[in-house]
Write a protein that binds this ligand. Structure first.
Ligand code: AMP
Length: 635
């Protein structure tokens, strides 16, 4: 048996012994009394009886051994700021932020919504919440007022932490007006807003509600705020993600299980050690950012590099396609983590840029968030000369489900496959209509996970256990298994291949979006009778959203009227959801293909857009409508 097989088997056959050992990687204030409580499936409680704190494990416990080592390296090619904080300096910043939050009335179990650009204060705010037992809900800064409002309403935060503005490619995006509009739209009103002022955009402060972060920080400089010891099973954060309905899902995570899962992943998956540098190019608004910009590296005693900017712009704001490699050299980055889309952007740059820097510190480049195509993987692996490790996971999982555990055994990778199931994950491929396991290599089915799920996996959906059970655990027939909502196959060597979503979720440049959310936004336009949004394959972004709109006034579907309506739809989506969700194209059509029972056939539209066979169309009510869509696309 190989080392990996042995390690994996132990985690599956004796999960309690396995995770009891891994739990020693973190500090506990009181030790767990029960490692695994799976008495109420599909709910799982890890390390019950134990008390700990994420911030303590990320910062405080490193002070003695590495207080003066870098903890946070901040580089913004948007503002030209480059600065490093040691663990000791982080300790001070986080306590100061915690004291500010306490002044605003935040306590254990209260929600704090963080809507921020990639600035150090965002990480201080997350860690400050963890420190005092408040639940943070970080909302991606690229989302606009509508998306933000639904999240404020669901999370009911006591305080919102934000900033005057973000910046992308030198273009300032004022956050404060978006936030004000979101609070106006939301039925729930947060009591206070804490705002970092970067000097990028003017801010109109609302009296009695809005507070300047700098003013509070000045009052609390040097504050000492002890860590609140939380039950292992107490909530650390919620993070919203898209699903099949328009209503976003608040994925909820625990404290102890998450800390252990991340602490274990640093040596086992990333083969990294304390004192090294981790550079994850994601955004704190996504789960990858939570786990591998903020908590994972710090819990592992590593420095984390927080980067604001495009992958192709230098610290002076001038184009620089080698900026990331320049930073790898400068900060001796050991582990880099990015997304295939970013690599596809870099592919357009001069390949010589990959050879210009000393990349000897770099062990591996991890890529996640969307399928990694072979040409992209080959290009970057040849250019960098380090292993490229694809890894498959989800907001729900919190850490990789399928990858190569480099620190356990350097199993060979296979192009097109993220690899093998990670320890703790019972991954299977099942038939979508019978739920039966598909054991023949190459058989396509739904990728599911059998419980009990490992530490770090979501606890439930925020305030909605029923939705958690119904959505994830009842979608595949048979005894309850968790559906990943991804199609996949397993080959004869046990390697998995992920073949796209089974639901209406699309993946634009590694960002997960629900087509229903986009449809809801578009159908709110008075000129729109009906709409279908599908994800269509795109060479750069993986997928883009394409909208098919039936206008109320059919005469509008042509000429100038169409152009105007298209423009209004684009603006509406960008204004409500964010530029990310804006469709790449809007097609005006006379009708949408539906089944005789009235179900919209998004999958058939998608196939037609991608010039594929739309499959079985016997249930289609009016085949001419799909034909017309085909003519539209090809015409
Ligand atoms: P998110 O929750 O935003 O992380 O998105 C999770 C989804 O992204 C998964 O369900 C997959 O559809 C897709 N995904 C993530 N990583 C990979 C990967 N390495 N290969 C293929 N698809 C991936």
């Amino acid at each position: 048996m190989s080392r990996y097989d042995d390690f994996y088997r132990q985690s599956i056959d004796a999960p309690e012994a396995f995770w009891a050992e891994e739990a020693r990687r973190i500090d506990w204030h009181t030790s767990p009394t029960q490692i695994l409580d799976a008495s109420r499936p599909p709910f799982v409680r890890w390390f019950a009886g134990g008390t700990t704190n994420l911030c303590h494990n990320a910062i405080d416990r490193h002070l003695a051994a590495r207080g003066d080592q870098p903890a946070l390296i901040y580089v913004s090619t948007e503002t030209g700021v480059e600065r490093t904080w040691s663990f000791r300096e982080m300790h001070a910043e986080v306590q100061c932020m915690a004291a500010s939050l306490i002044e605003l009335g935040v306590g254990r179990g209260d929600r704090v919504l963080i809507y921020m650009p990639m600035i150090p204060q965002a990480t201080f705010a997350m860690l400050a919440c963890a420190r005092i037992g408040a639940i943070h809900c970080v909302v991606f800064g690229g989302f606009a007022s509508g998306s933000l409002a639904t999240r404020i309403e669901d999370a009911q935060p006591k305080v919102v932490v934000s900033a005057d503005a973000g910046s992308r490619g030198g273009k300032v995006i004022a956050y404060k007006p978006l936030l004000d509009e979101a609070i106006r739209l939301s039925a729930f009103k947060p009591a206070a807003v804490l705002l970092a002022d970067r000097g990028l955009a003017p801010m109109d402060l609302v009296d009695g509600r809005d507070h300047r972060m700098e003013a509070l920080a000045a009052r609390h400089a040097g504050a000492q705020v002890p860590c609140t010891w939380l039950e292992s099973t107490e909530i650390s954060y919620t993070i919203y993600t898209s699903g099949t309905t328009g209503k976003p899902k608040g994925v909820q995570r625990d404290t102890g299980g998450y800390a252990v899962a991340l602490a274990a992943s640093i040596p086992h998956i990333f083969a990294a050690r304390p004192g090294q540098t981790f550079f994850c190019t994601s955004d704190i608004g996504w789960v990858v950012g939570h786990s591998y910009i903020v908590y994972g590296p710090l819990i592992g005693g590593m420095a984390t590099l927080l980067y604001e900017g495009l992958p192709t712009q230098g610290i002076d704001g001038q184009p620089d396609g080698g900026i990331w490699w320049r930073l790898v050299e400068k900060y001796k980055v050991s582990v880099m983590f990015s997304a295939p889309t970013a690599v596809r952007v870099l592919k357009k740059q001069d390949p010589a840029l990959l050879k210009q820097y000393d990349l000897s510190s770099l062990h591996a480049l991890f890529l996640a968030g969307e399928p990694l195509d072979e040409p992209t993987a080959r290009w970057i692996s040849e250019g960098l000369g380090v292993p490229i490790v694809d890894n498959y996971w989800q907001t729900e999982s919190g850490w990789p489900i399928i990858t190569i555990a480099n620190g356990v055994e350097k199993k060979p990778g296979k192009f097109g496959s993220p690899g093998l199931p990670m320890y703790g994950w019972r991954v299977k491929v099942v038939n979508e209509s019978t739920g039966e396991e598909l054991t023949q290599p190459g058989e396509k089915g739904v990728v599911v996970i059998e419980g009990p799920t490992p530490p770090g996996f979501m606890q439930t959906l925020w305030k909605d256990d029923a939705r958690f059970v119904d959505t994830y655990w009842k979608s595949v027939p048979g005894p309850g298994v968790y559906s990943t909502f991804d199609w996949g196959i397993r080959d004869a060597d046990g390697y998995f291949y992920i073949l796209g979503r089974t639901d209406d979720v699309i993946n634009v440049a590694g960002h997960r979006l629900g087509t229903r959310e986009i449809e809801e936004s578009i159908s709110g336009h008075a000129g729109v009778a009906e709409v279908a949004v599908v994800g269509v394959a795109d060479a750069l972004k993986g997928q883009v959203a394409v909208a098919f709109v039936v206008p109320r006034n059919t005469a509008v579907a042509q000429g100038e009227g169409a152009m105007q309506l298209e423009g209004e739809i684009m603006l509406r989506v960008a204004g409500q959801l964010g530029a990310l969700a804006r469709p790449a194209r809007v097609h005006f059509v006379g009708g949408l293909p539906k089944t005789r029972s009235g179900k919209l056939l998004r999958r058939a539209i998608q196939a037609v857009c991608e010039r594929r066979d739309p499959g079985d169309l016997t249930t289609l009510d009016d085949p001419a409508l799909l034909e017309r869509i085909r003519e539209h696309i090809t015409g």
